[in-house]
Design a protein. Structure first.
Length: 475
């Protein structure tokens, strides 16, 4: 494959050569070989560019022309402690939270309550130091298996597999139920220029198990310039028969500083249920690739997403659900709110294989433009190769209905407040579906804060719908 000359392949080859022997798990033969294969895959393919259909509307070239380096000093700043992070933790006395700084686990900031027998929740790097039989077997079996076969797999995911230094491993044995949610909090420091981190997450939910997992991304400190930190994350999730995983991702990094690229690969067995709630409200550049394969009868997959962008932010979602066996169901609901000169992209695909008869798949993307310079490119897509299915898709792009603004103004509500209320109402369908109350409350506040006349809008919401932020999720 021909790689554009401006891609800094040699820089990353040099970085890999110098770091390979010092990466966690370097003494493990199969992992060392896997890292080398992953890097060669990256070197052969390079980073994706706009000539690739899935990246057609994604201005990735300015990012990949830069050279990023892994930060060597991961000491925790003295001012960073549990009290300073309180606003980022999920509420709850018995909460589970693993904290990572620039991709490396920080045990002193993490919280783990008692877990059911056989459940493993911990750092991948720690697992390499003293591996249990379960960790060794499950990690080797699942690692890099699902993301490498994903249709949207790119040089970014290959680079993660080669360079990752740490991340989270979650394992649920058969019948295990974990409560409350497990939070994975990824923090990025912005005091250095052109830093890259490669968070890695592997979740294995065996037969009849259940878990809720929350990925949170946030920035610390002040950036030295725009685009100072590139987050290149990969998450793989495997669901056994009749397992349930509800996965929530909240990406709320610094608007000018963070560049965020993430791949999520999901594999589902018979009658398993996967729910995804992906929220992007921060970062200068955000790209989320979500791939799910329903590889047995009766699997159900639900993908919900909300993206808010303003100024010159770019936010991009690529989703693909593959139905390979009969009687599978899937639903995709994504909404975007774009202001300023922001650019949103949604490219959603449902692929129904010939053997996947009686598939029921629906897909919807709706976008609200709050300024004349905001733009969105949306491409819902159905590829159906079975003849007994129920599939539908649709997309809308529009502005706030002036008639609705007039209606609210006629009842004494100022024009900007009316606009804020209608914008929040547009987002609330996704917000209220999130099953974790702490996330719903946090997201409600984030959405309101980004709207014009936020304080007045909040007061009006409390008057009109006092219980709105406590509405039960219907996930």
């Amino acid at each position: 494959m021909n790689i554009p000359a401006e891609q800094p392949i040699d820089h990353y080859r040099s970085e890999f050569s110098s770091r390979e022997s010092h990466l966690p798990g370097a003494a493990i033969g199969w992992l060392r070989e896997k890292r080398r294969i992953s890097f060669e895959r990256f070197a052969d393919s390079g980073f994706p560019c706009s000539r690739r259909e899935e990246w057609k509307y994604t201005p990735v070239e300015p990012i990949i022309k830069r050279t990023y380096r892994v930060i060597d000093d991961n000491r925790v700043p003295p001012e960073l402690d549990g009290n300073s992070l309180e606003a980022l933790y999920l509420s709850g006395a018995n909460s589970h939270c693993l904290v990572f700084l620039n991709g490396v686990y920080v045990p002193q900031l993490s919280r783990l309550s008692r877990l059911p027998g056989g459940v493993i929740v911990g750092s991948i790097a720690d697992g390499f130091v003293a591996p249990s039989e379960v960790f060794s077997g499950q990690f080797q079996h699942h690692f890099d298996h699902h993301i490498v076969t994903a249709t949207s797999s790119t040089g970014f995911s290959a680079l993660n597999s080669a360079f990752f230094a740490d991340g989270a491993f979650i394992y649920l044995p058969p019948d295990a139920v974990v409560e409350p949610p497990i939070q994975l909090l990824f923090l990025s420091t912005l005091g250095n220029s052109h830093i890259i981190s490669h968070p890695r997450i592997l979740i294995v939910a065996e037969q009849d198990s259940q878990v809720d997992v929350v990925e949170s991304f946030a920035s610390l400190g002040e950036p030295v310039e725009e685009g100072t930190h590139l987050i290149n994350a990969v998450t793989e999730i495997s669901l056994g028969s009749n397992a349930q995983v509800r996965h929530c991702k909240l990406q709320n990094e610094r608007e000018k500083a963070a560049l965020h690229i993430a791949g999520l690969a999901v594999y589902q067995e018979k009658d398993s249920r996967f729910f995804s709630y992906s929220i992007s409200v921060g970062g200068k550049f955000t790209r989320n690739d979500i791939n799910a394969v329903i590889d047995a009868e009766g699997g159900a997959c639900s993908l919900d997403g909300l993206y808010l962008a303003g100024k010159r932010q770019h936010v991009d979602y690529y989703t693909r659900i593959e139905h390979t066996k009969p009687y599978g169901t899937s639903v995709q609901r994504y909404k975007g709110i774009l202001a300023g000169r922001a650019h949103g992209v949604f490219n959603g695909q449902v692929y129904v294989h010939p053997d996947a008869q009686h598939t029921d798949a629906k897909q919807r993307n709706e976008n609200l433009l709050l300024s004349k310079d905001a733009q969105v490119d949306t491409k819902p897509q159905l590829d159906i190769f079975a003849d007994d299915v129920q599939c539908a898709h649709g997309a809308t792009v529009g502005k706030i209905d002036e008639k609705m603004i007039f209606y609210l103004r006629s009842r004494g509500i100022a024009a900007n407040v009316a606009k804020s209320l209608l914008t929040y109402a547009f987002a609330s369908e996704i917000v209220e579906r999130i099953p974790i109350e702490a996330i719903r409350t946090k997201l409600t506040e984030i959405v309101l804060t980004q709207l014009p006349d936020a304080d007045q809008a909040r007061e009006r919401l409390q008057e009109l719908v006092p219980s709105m932020t406590n509405t039960p999720a219907n996930g």
